[in-house]
Write a protein that binds this ligand. Sequence first.
Ligand code: WTA
Length: 639
Amino acid sequence: MSYPYQISSYEEYQIAWKKSIEDPAAFWGEVASSFTWRKKWDNVLSWNFTEPNVKWFEGGKLNITENCLDRHLEKSGSMPAIIWEPNNPDEHHRILTYNQLHFKVNQFSHVLHNNGVRKGDRVCIYMGMIPELAIAVLACARVGAIHSVIFGGFSAQSIADRLQDAKAEFIVTCDGAFRGAKDIPLKNVIDDALIACPFVKRTIVLTRTRTPVSMIKGRDVWWEDEIHKVETLGNPAFPAVEMDAEDPLFILYTSGSTGKPKGVVHTCGGYMVYTNYTFVNVFQYKPEEVHFCTADIGWITGHSYIVYGPLSAGATSLLFEGIPTWPDAGRFWDIVDKFKVNILYTAPTAIRSLMAFGLGPLHGKQLDSLRVLGTVGEPINEEAWHWYDEHVGKRRCPIVDTWWQTETGGVMISNLAGITPAKPSFATLPLPGVDPVLVDENGHVVEGNNVSGNLCLRSPWPSVIRTTYGDHDRCKTNYFSAYPELYFTGDGAMRDENGFYRITGRVDDVLNVSGHRIGTAEVENAINMHAGVVESAVVGYPHDIKGQGIYAYVVYGHMHGDEELTRRDIAYTVSRIIGPIARPDKIQFVMGLPKTRSGKIMRRILRKIAEGETENLGDTSTLLEPQVVQEISNGRLIH
Ligand code: WTA
């Protein structure tokens, strides 16, 4: 495949960016013409950021899987589409060519159809990182169903909340998933979730771990049996369902500063064009290269840069089932050497956790196939950046620091590998289509360089969030109301003397723990559900590996057993309600929380104490009971 829109110099970048902002419709209309459309659009773009109401490629008809699969078959059918490396290095890897992936997606599309899935239906996918996860995602897209992938680290309660919100009647899952030394019983978790979701009609279960599962007659079927039925019919192709460019492609739940996770909705046309464009440009992908994104498909990074971006570009995408440190901390490097990986895209937290093992695990590893390195998910500290550059990239590989969000669908601010300059800990420059602005506390746009503010985006890009599922007002309030006619990211940023952006972290009550977004309100709600807890406040604190750790201040009534046991009970409660990813790292019991006279918790003070600050806690004179601050500060848990 060739990419006529691949930028090949800094000057070209500048021209493309300027054009994209001055005339987005002309710019993206040209990019989109390289894709396969059943019918061309009538209108490239109509938008307002007040409602918000954004439509790209209106009237265009397509199926994204024809772009990710069918259109590559003639020229590159025998090229690897997916390389799969299992958790256990002793198990054999698998390679699926474009022909094979196309075949399997067609088969599973029949399975979905035979089980009643139709255009617009919501299908929840809760699986480990195996090729069948990508196959299930693509088959949903092929039949026109809306997939909602849930990360394997979420609990039954979280799944039930999402199933209810999406009104999903179909589930695709596995008996279990392997992750490092663990075997996670996914189907059992689904069974617990389904107690609260009687509307679920069908669960399709793939065999992976052979852990015992219960299969309920009339509701649960085996993936393999259903495939067999399609085989006996001679495996006919499944004609891709024609979708409107603005039909929803998927829902992905993500945490915000208030309430339950929101279902971010992305649509077929714009999301396809933008993930492909950013994949090709940020990583400067060259045909036949192997792209290894270490994220889980349960997060947006996996959706955009394991599945849709690479496959729509005809690339080879490596999918890894395991974790970076099992069976040892050389796992990534072995995979890079084994498959001659050219692009490695991972999270700063993974880099930091590997740094902690020293250079031993890198000994004897070639890593000479690597051409580009990338990071995503959280700010990367300079130390980790240099370690990645020196010991992994051997100073030969540009590092792209890609800033973006679930809501933006694809990379927004990043250098382009080897084309635009990198600067450690800076995401640097906006991609074409992206017009960042910094806004001060009073809502005024901050002009010039060497300034900071809240990061907003001024013009629409093709994969901007369209709505939050079932509640458009929530989308408006959360993202488009803070500042008129701007999309507010929730992040703070600074712009240096060259106009490069550095993301400084969330300015709202959202934590970023090991690159996972977690709302403090969500964790507090879970803690408060534990019997005996009166109230709680959760803040983040700097954590060497995770980036941010979760620090909980808990007001407790009657203690059942000792403090340590109670701490563990509370942590376990959070695991059960949200999932192990939201377990607090520190729980401090306190007599009261610092509150203003109007009852608002002063998180600023709690954050400072959690960060280790004992002096300079700022103005406490407006507090209802200023003495609690001293008490909390004295009892601070040292990390
Ligand atoms: C943070 C992940 C600094 C940021 C793709 C954002 C980053 C949130 C970077 C979105 C980066 C992501 N530098 N911070 N390169 N990338 N973030 O929705 O706070 O899981 O708002 O999407 O991660 O997280 P999400």
